[in-house]
Design a protein around this ligand. Structure first.
Ligand code: ADP
Length: 581
């Protein structure tokens, strides 16, 4: 068994890996950026090494600094978590050359599956078909148009090296194809450094169902069970569950067998996930993720297996301790992602800041995987996942009710979170009866009434206020009341919020004609020119912050008088983008 594992990651996944290591008696090594000096994963690890820097590139993706920490600590294994180096073959090879074990698949398997086109081909070669489409780069507009005419619209144009739900363009009709193709290629190059695009049929009402697999170095490969990840925004998962509801057993068996075939086809070893889209009783290969997934805990809850433990055992050369027939599934598990995002109006705007209160739920069937506690700061530089609430229930309805109960207990102050949207999803009858699809959150769910405990816009001479709930007694009866109080002074001693970001509503323009930036980020694109007339709500520019694109919109109709930023500019809260008269 590995003796000492360095976790080349941060946040909840670093904490997750540390916990299993500790249970197995494996020593742990954390690495951290300047901003994460006091982060939970650093506090929990046996040893920790500074990487320096703030951005991912300067810290968690600084190969030299990580290699240095590996040699200083004497770690004999590296767990990459997800994101960062988890699917990076150069990194895997660099550490393997030093005699250190990469806790993940062989680089060759990552390579085949790292590109959506080659993974489609590899899956098709063993009889596992992808969504109907093109399995080579699209080079010509006519290819897309003729595919759409033959197979029907809409068509999805995707980045071959894409990920994170980004870079996909949905083309509804032939006349939209040229622009979509151009912007898909441009985005592919700017996000992923590779311009290759391909296309496939855009399914109208699919569910995203994925299969967890485990493969050892002795050639045993098993499927552990599926996860339904259909509750998504921007093609990114919000809520996942296992087993998939309303999913026939014969389809489950066929999907499991297909996932094992795909894994074997690329010589897969360790934990991996084969993703599918499922519609009208049929499933189609989407991609394979060659790492531990964010949503792995729901599989652990229903299977009783610790997937991180098995990753470590497999990386240590141990055979799987069970056969396919011995794998069981009990009850139902749901994972709720809690991101630092304001879901108001369905916009899911990033909401970095300092967490002032963090009261986690507990009780029967509740597991919380979090990388943060009160006093910690969610930085704009990294993924904004704050915590994952995972619940188990005897059946789906019990799990759904438990999830709502636990979310009701959860209190996070200082930042806006996705909790109100998570509650709206779980409470909706479409979700309760599993009538949702991957498009449902964005096309059906009404989030217009949802509000996060955000800051209210102050008058010019007033400081920002926050909504606070306090307990009071009137004639001996206890009441909860809500008060707007100044952000600098709490209603409870010692609990003053420390958030410093300017309130977004106040700086978003407020109908004033001054379009400003709500949060730190980079201008990706400017969509208007000086002299253009704009409508209320029209997008003026696209701001990338916390790995997400955000539209900065006009709050006043008029003529664009001046544009004060350029594409590529780094901007901060309050910076003026444009003046509208
Ligand atoms: P990424 O690697 O960026 O996560 P995926 O190919 O895994 O991209 O797809 C992410 C999500 O995008 C899916 O779960 C689904 O919601 C949507 N999607 C992808 N391809 C299609 C398609 N052909 N039809 C409909 N939805 C799709």
């Amino acid at each position: 068994m590995l003796q000492k594992v360095l976790i080349a990651n941060r946040g909840e996944i670093a904490v997750r890996v540390i916990r299993t290591c500790r249970e197995l008696g494996v020593a742990t090594v954390a690495v951290y950026s300047e901003l994460d000096r006091d982060a939970l994963h650093v506090r929990l690890a046996d040893e920790a090494y500074a990487l320096g820097g703030q951005t991912a590139a300067e810290s968690y993706m600084n190969t030299e600094a990580i290699l240095d920490a590996i040699s200083k600590s004497g770690a004999d294994g590296v767990h990459p978590g997800y994101g960062f180096y988890s699917e990076n073959t150069d990194f895997a090879r660099a550490i393997t050359e030093r005699g250190v074990t990469f806790i993940g698949p062989p680089p060759e398997a990552i390579e085949v599956m790292g590109d959506k086109i080659s993974s489609r081909l590899a899956a098709a070669a063993v009889g596992v078909e992808g969504v109907p489409g093109r399995s080579e780069p699209a080079t010509d507009l006519a290819q897309i148009v003729s595919f759409g005419e033959t197979h029907g619209w809409p068509v999805a144009i995707k980045a071959a090296y894409g990920g994170g739900g980004r870079g996909m363009k949905v083309v509804q009709a032939p006349e939209e194809a040229a622009e979509a193709m151009e912007s898909a290629a441009r985005e592919a190059l700017s996000y992923f450094g590779r311009p290759e695009i391909y296309f496939e049929k855009y399914l109208a009402w699919p569910r995203h169902i994925e299969m967890q697999i485990l493969a050892d170095t002795q050639g045993n490969t098993v499927w552990i069970g599926e996860r339904d990840c259909s509750a998504q925004r921007r093609h990114q998962k919000l809520i996942e569950e296992s087993p998939a509801p309303d999913f026939p057993e014969e389809v489950r068996q066929a999907m499991g067998a297909a996932a094992v075939k795909v894994a074997k086809a690329c010589g897969y070893v360790n934990a991996g996930t084969v993703e599918f889209l499922y519609q009208d009783g049929e499933f189609f290969f989407l991609e394979m993720n060659t790492r531990l997934q964010v949503e792995h805990p729901i599989t652990e809850m229903v299977s009783g297996l610790d997937l991180v433990e098995w990753q470590l055992r497999i990386a240590s050369g141990e055979p799987l301790g069970f056969t396919q027939e011995e794998i069981t599934s009990r009850g139902h598990a749901i994972e709720i992602r809690i991101n630092a995002e304001d879901p108001a109006g369905g916009r899911f705007l990033p909401s970095p800041g300092t967490i002032t209160t963090f009261r986690a739920p507990s009780g029967p069937g509740v597991r919380l995987d979090s990388g943060f506690e009160a006093g910690d700061t969610v930085s704009q530089f990294y993924d904004n996942l704050v915590a994952k609430l995972v619940v188990w229930g005897a059946d789906r309805e019990a799990a759904r009710r438990r999830a709502l109960r636990a979310l009701g207990e959860f209190e996070i102050g200082g930042i806006a979170t996705t909790i109100p949207a998570d509650v709206a999803i779980l409470a909706h009858e479409d979700f309760a009866s599993a009538r949702h699809s991957t498009n449902w959150v964005e096309t059906v769910l009404d989030l217009s009434g949802v509000s996060a405990p955000a800051l209210v816009p102050p008058a010019d001479d007033e400081e920002p206020r926050v909504l606070r709930e306090v307990t009071t007694e009137v004639d001996g009866r206890r009441y909860q009341v809500k008060l707007w109080v100044p952000a600098s002074g709490g209603t409870t001693p010692g609990k003053a919020p420390t958030r410093t970001a300017k309130p977004r509503a106040a700086v978003a323009g407020s109908g004033s004609g001054t379009v400003t930036i709500p949060m730190q980020g980079t201008i990706v694109k400017i969509l208007v020119a000086e002299g253009d007339s704009v409508e209320v709500g029209q997008t003026i520019c696209v701001l990338e912050a916390m790995k997400m694109e955000n539209s900065i919109n006009a709050e006043k109709a008029g003529t664009v008088k001046e544009i004060k930023v350029s594409s590529g500019d780094s901007v901060g809260p309050g910076d003026v983008v444009a003046l509208i008269e």
